[in-house]
Write a protein that binds this ligand. Structure first.
Ligand code: WTA
Length: 633
């Protein structure tokens, strides 16, 4: 499955388009299956239905663990770097990881978890998070990891949406110089979660926690009660492997479902080819396992490849802004995969944090999560890669399971800010507003994909119709990504950002509707409208226009802080608006629709040309908003 030259890439790409089933079947053969599939692919985009390798039986952990225990038992699988640099790092070989996962899988079973049950995991970036994920996969339970930055309310919403029967958490988390409660937050969440019968709590920060008799058990105590012998459950290729919640342009976050077979093949294939992993390499992906990047490129992709994956508990600026470079130096990292927002924030500290750090082990650099700007691209290239490391700007989504458009490291000629070319098996197409294909080069449009790849979203948990309307209805017959995209004269793709009402704040996906709903829950708020604006470090910042009942001139600062507290409580601190402007009215059309275009322009500080405002019910609100805008114009 490994591509080594650009000619091989082109050959693989052509093969994948001419004979997709033959192409993917050949790659899937390289994995360990208990029973062969009956068909390679069944699909119908009109109904949002895709099945890869149906009838094939496997367990992803036999591929990620057992196979490697046979072939390279003492090879490091996970290296864990703690938040505090003075604490020792920990290495798990494949043999150790296998044993740890099997033992914890038995703990899940002894606590009543069965195949098909949903398991919520809310944990810091400790090895036990990866272990919990893999233990679920071992016994066929469906994991639903919730990012540690989400509030109790968000956890509860996710638990209830998929009726989880158990939660795995820790006492607390250490991030930089902060100690963050985890079990406490779970306790708050569980007040409204009747389906949860058990909570397994890992001791990590030694924070005091309450342990409810009959419901809460300690990870360590449970591990002593079981053996490490746990045969893997036989799964159908199309049985769900996990649910991961993500934000869309409307309503509550939706549970994106990925299945065992296709996801396995795609995560491993993309990992190997994009990063060009070589035996002995240390792969350091700085994402959190609470996001899809961590699922696919910290846990599954690397382990399925028999690679060494470095997991970091802390933040890039603790104890100082040289921490990433210390880690690269200490562990001789070869592949570094991070987000533009991290690069931009570290750029702000200048070159001093790089002094004395040996970065010569680096061979490949990766970027993910948001468009990378020229300046960040060049800084990354010159100061981190020393001009010697290809940058793979990888474009993909929670829904795609793995990378779709990206250079292959050292193989595809890169171009700053371009994700370049589609991976084999990926057929991008640009369309205009009416769904008409925009052909040729030097064009831009809405990015769709016209043929299924093995990692494509299968459904949204509990509501298949939502999956259909969200991704397959805008342009019949196509998967719509929600992103705008440019294809240049060379046929290279550059993702320009979301064209829907989804924000990308520090690489975190947040729906404007979600933030509005949270703001509207604050007492006294009549209505709000949220838009994104360009932010030097975060990529996008959150700008909220809020109408309150009372005269906002009074204690306006207090109301602002109360709104921030409300958003933190309802969604989590990551969704707090950067700017809140109190307004008397919002620009609405006669049919009551908010004209976000105008609000976006004002938030961007571009009030010179607001376009046609004649369809507004009350054009005077625009002047009012302009005069109070929180931007330097
Ligand atoms: C954006 C993260 C430009 C895009 C893997 C997409 C990117 C959304 C890139 C998905 C990139 C991701 N260049 N934009 N290299 N990678 N995006 O689901 O808008 O958290 O739709 O998945 O991030 O975010 P998600």
């Amino acid at each position: 499955m490994r591509i080594r030259t650009f000619d091989e890439y082109q050959a693989a790409y052509n093969h994948s388009v001419e004979d997709p089933e033959g192409f993917w079947a050949e790659i899937a053969q390289e994995f360990q299956w208990r029973k062969p599939w009956k068909k390679v692919l069944q699909w119908n985009f009109e109904k949002a239905e895709t099945k890869w390798f149906p009838g094939g039986k496997l367990n992803i952990t036999e591929n990620a663990l057992d196979r490697n225990v046979r072939e390279r038992p003492n090879y490091p699988a996970i290296i864990w770097e703690p938040n505090d640099p003075n604490e020792p790092s920990v290495t798990f070989t494949y043999k150790m990881l296998h044993e740890y996962v099997c033992r914890f899988a038995n703990v899940l079973k002894s606590n009543g978890v069965q195949k098909g049950d949903r398991v919520c995991i809310y944990m810091p970036m400790v090895p036990e998070l990866a272990v919990a994920v893999l233990a679920c996969a071992r016994i066929g339970a469906i994991h639903s990891v919730v990012f540690g930055g989400f509030s109790a309310q968000s956890i509860a919403d996710r638990i209830n949406d998929s009726a989880c029967s158990i939660v795995i958490t820790s006492d607390g988390a250490s991030r930089g110089n902060k100690q963050i409660p985890m079990k406490d937050t779970v306790d708050d969440a569980l007040i409204g979660c009747p389906t949860v019968k058990k909570v397994i709590v890992l001791t990590h920060t030694r924070t005091a926690v309450s342990m409810l008799k009959g419901r809460d058990v300690w990870w360590e105590a449970e591990m002593k009660q079981v053996t490490s012998d746990c045969p893997a459950e036989e799964m159908d290729a199309e049985d769900p492997l996990f649910i991961l919640y993500t934000s869309g342009s409307t309503g509550k976050p939706k549970g994106v479902v990925h299945t065992c077979g296709g996801y396995m093949v795609f995560a491993a294939y993309t990992f190997q080819n994009v990063f060009q992993y070589e035996p002995g390499d240390i792969h350091f992906c700085t994402a959190d396992i609470g996001w899809i990047t961590g699922h696919s490129y910290i846990v599954y992709g690397p382990l399925l490849t028999g690679a060494t994956s470095l997991m970091f508990e802390g933040v890039p600026t603790y104890p100082d802004a040289g921490r990433f470079w210390d880690i690269v130096d200490k562990h001789k990292v070869n592949i570094l995969y991070t987000a533009p927002t991290a690069i931009r924030s570290l750029m702000g500290f200048g070159l001093q944090p790089l002094e004395g750090k040996d970065l010569s082990s680096l061979r490949v650099l990766g970027s993910v999560g948001e468009p990378i700007n020229e300046e960040a691209w060049h800084w990354y290239n010159e100061h981190i890669g020393k001009g010697n490391c290809p940058i793979v700007d990888t474009w993909w989504q929670t829904e795609t399971g793995g990378i779709l458009i990206s250079p292959l490291a050292g193989i595809t000629k890169t171009k700053p800010t371009y994700a370049t070319l589609p991976l084999p098996g990926v057929q991008p197409i640009l369309v205009d507003e009416n769904g008409k294909e925009i052909e040729g080069n030097g064009v831009s449009g809405n990015l769709c994909i016209k043929f299924p790849w093995p990692g494509i979203i299968r459904t949204t948990w509990g509501d298949h119709e939502r999956c259909r309307t969200n991704y397959f209805a805008a342009y019949p017959g196509l998967y719509f990504t929600g992103d705008g995209c440019l294809r240049d004269e060379d046929g290279y793709y550059r993702i320009t950002g979301r064209v829907d009402d989804v924000l990308n704040v520090s690489g975190h996906r947040i729906g404007t509707a979600e933030v509005e709903n949270a703001i509207n829950m604050h007492t006294g708020v009549v209505e709000s409208a949220v838009v994104g604006y360009p932010h030097d470090i975060k990529g996008q910042g959150i700008y909220a226009y809020v109408i309150t009942e009372s005269d906002p001139d009074h204690e306006v600062d207090l109301i602002r802080r109360d709104i921030l507290a409300t958003v933190s409580r309802i969604i989590g601190p990551i969704a707090k608006p950067d700017k809140i402007q109190f307004v008397k009215g919002l620009p609405k059309t006669r049919s009551g629709k908010i004209m976000r275009r105008i609000l976006r322009k004002i938030a961007e500080g571009d009030v010179s040309n607001l376009g046609d405002t004649s369809t507004l019910l009350d054009p005077s609100v625009v002047d009012d908003i302009k005069s109070g805008a929180l931007v330097e114009v």
